[in-house]
Design a binder for this molecule. Structure first.
Ligand SMILES: C[S@@+](CC[C@H](N)C(=O)[O-])C[C@H]1O[C@@H](n2cnc3c(N)ncnc32)[C@H](O)[C@@H]1O
Length: 233
């Protein structure tokens, strides 16, 4: 349960992600990101040239680089040591004008002027104090700014092991909060209503909820959920 977890403990786990994995996903993420998330994220983020964008929990920086390559002025925040080190190294090798800051979203230093857009892709489920992190993402937005976040769809997070065991999808304990250990770090299951009600309590207007599925010809994988919201003007 998340009560036994601190942000620091979670960050320490994520921050040991091996270099081979960071390299494998450096261009456009993993299979799910390539086929499910990136196309919808880019559509939701819209016209990027000149916009100040925060990539909150940017990991190895693949999305920061994609957004900077499309003209955004990107700041990437990442607390995990190996991920932050890899992202800054990529920027040194092929500069795109991305500023990386090593920090916990719940303890952000000043990042300058408010952002037009904040994107947090697959990050909130990795954070014990996810509500504090979401609050921080909204607080650094300009009024009317866009916040887009992605999470594994909480109905389908453990698709593959459940499929292997039962030959069909089964969802258990949907309403409870529990941890999901992963190869690179721990995620936490939370309901969609937890995320959406917090967003509404922060004064955001939900503008779109997407549940993209794979094209039939794409190989196996799990549907994920993407939410876009605007900070109140
Ligand atoms: C599943 S990875 C996603 C990374 C990246 N956004 C991507 O899409 O590739 C989760 C990320 O959340 C980061 N993270 C964990 N706790 C955090 C915190 N308190 N503040 C900011 N980022 C955090 C991890 O270090 C990791 O990079």
């Amino acid at each position: 349960m998340t009560t036994e977890w601190t942000n620091d403990r979670a960050i320490a786990q994520w921050g040991t992600m091996p270099r081979a994995l960071l390299e494998q996903t450096a261009r456009d993420g993993d299979f799910a990101k390539r086929h499910l998330l990136n196309p919808v994220l880019l559509r939701m983020l819209g016209n990027l040239p000149g916009l100040r964008v925060l990539d909150a929990g940017c990991g190895n920086g693949y999305l920061s680089r994609m957004l900077a390559g499309r003209g955004a002025q990107v700041t990437g925040v990442e607390p995990g040591q190996s991920l932050f080190g890899f992202a800054t190294e990529q920027e040194a090798v092929a500069p795109l004008g991305i500023r990386y800051v090593q920090a916990d979203l719940c303890g952000l230093p000043g990042l300058g002027a408010p952002f037009d857009t904040v994107v947090a892709s697959m990050v909130l489920p990795a954070i014990p104090d996810w509500a504090g992190a979401m609050r921080a993402c909204v607080q650094v937005l300009r009024p009317g700014g866009l916040f887009v976040f992605t999470v594994n769809h909480p109905c389908f997070e453990q698709l593959w092991p459940v499929w292997r065991e039962h030959g069909e999808y089964r969802t258990r304990r949907y309403l409870a909060e529990y941890e999901i250990p992963g190869p690179s770090g721990t995620d936490f299951h939370r309901t969609l209503s937890a995320y959406l009600n917090k967003l509404i309590a922060l004064g955001c207007q939900v503008t779109e909820l997407a549940e993209p599925g794979l094209d039939p010809e794409a190989a196996a994988g799990g549907p994920e959920g993407i939410v876009a919201a605007r900070r109140a003007a």
